[in-house]
Structure formats: structure tokens, C-alpha cells
Design a protein around this ligand. Structure first.
Ligand SMILES: [Mg+2]
Length: 173
């Protein structure tokens, strides 16, 4: 169980992700969280940097799918002009139900998950056997209340990981 909280890579932000390397390693589908992963939770539209990152992923042949726990209004407004495969709201991470549906058409070995939360993004991705990249949350202070609760749980999990000498998010050290 504790191993479900260990990501495969820890990076500062999505722009540090080596898309070429992932491609070389057979990955071709990116599931990504939205809030505090692509932009701060209070930022309504994608920034030029995020648009460029997503375009570059597309050029490399990746299918990009947003999987957010946030509501329809937030997710559809953010993604309306993006050239991505799909954007799902109320993904219910860390529950597997919705992601499992999305994954039906892919081999899990070719899918990566990007997110900023151990309790939702990493947990669901590792439970599904996906390669997982944890980014540092963009704006911790803009978290929703449910996320603030998750952050407290996260600190508890990090203590357990440290006890077992497992990798932890560098920004929580
Ligand atoms: Mg998030």
C-alpha cells in the first residue's frame, strides 16, 4: 500500500518533463491533472507555456487527456481551445472507476500520469500500474478545502515513506 505513494519521477513542474525520453521508452498517452499541475487552481485559462507544452506533446505523438476532480465548468472552460484528446471532470481520483474506463483503449504500459498530489494523482495512478510523475504544486495557498485536507494526509504519508527510506517529494523535505 505504501508503495502506491511513490512516484516514478519527481519534477519541479511539467516543463521539466523529458517528453522525448518518455516517447523513446514507449509512452504515448499522457493523463494529466489540471489544478496546481498545469496551472494554479485559481487560473482559469491555460498559459502560453502550458499551451506550448501540450502542443509539443502532440507533435511528439502523445495523446493528452486531462483527468481532473474539479467540476465541468472549470475543466471545459480551461480546455475549450486546447488541441488535446479529451478532458474529464469529476474524475474521482483516487478511485479507479473513471480512469479505468479511459484506459480501456490503451495498454497501461504506454500511459503516464502527471499530477501534484500524492493522495489522489499518485495513488490512483500507481493502483492502476501507470508510470507516474509528481510535480510540485503550483500554488499551495489556492487549494480547495478538500485539497487542504489531502495535504495534511500527504504529510502523514511522507512521514511513513521516510521511515521506510522510500522516495518522497523533494519539496516536502
Ligand atoms: Mg491538482
Amino acid at each position: 500500500m505504501i508503495h502506491h505513494f511513490v512516484a516514478d519521477e519527481y519534477v519541479k513542474n511539467v516543463f521539466q518533463i523529458d517528453l522525448e525520453k518518455l516517447k523513446t521508452n514507449g509512452k504515448r498517452v499522457i493523463l494529466t491533472d489540471l489544478d496546481n499541475t498545469l496551472v494554479g487552481a485559481a487560473v482559469k485559462a491555460p498559459t502560453p507555456e502550458v499551451i506550448e507544452f501540450l502542443n509539443r506533446a502532440k507533435e511528439l505523438g502523445f495523446e493528452v487527456i486531462i483527468v481532473s476532480n474539479n467540476n465541468k465548468e472549470r475543466v471545459s472552460y480551461f480546455s475549450k481551445d486546447l488541441s488535446i484528446k479529451a478532458a474529464h471532470h469529476k474524475a474521482l481520483k483516487p478511485l479507479k472507476l473513471k480512469l479505468r474506463k479511459i484506459l480501456k483503449q490503451y495498454h497501461r504500459s504506454e500511459v503516464i500520469m502527471i499530477g501534484d498530489q500524492l493522495m489522489t494523482d499518485v495513488l490512483v495512478a500507481k493502483r492502476l500500474g501507470l508510470y507516474t510523475i509528481l510535480v510540485e504544486p503550483i500554488h499551495l495557498h489556492s487549494d480547495e478545502n478538500s485539497t487542504k485536507f489531502n495535504r495534511r494526509l500527504e504529510r502523514f504519508v511522507v512521514k511513513q515513506l521516510k521511515k521506510r527510506q522510500l522516495p518522497t517529494p523533494p519539496y516536502l523535505d
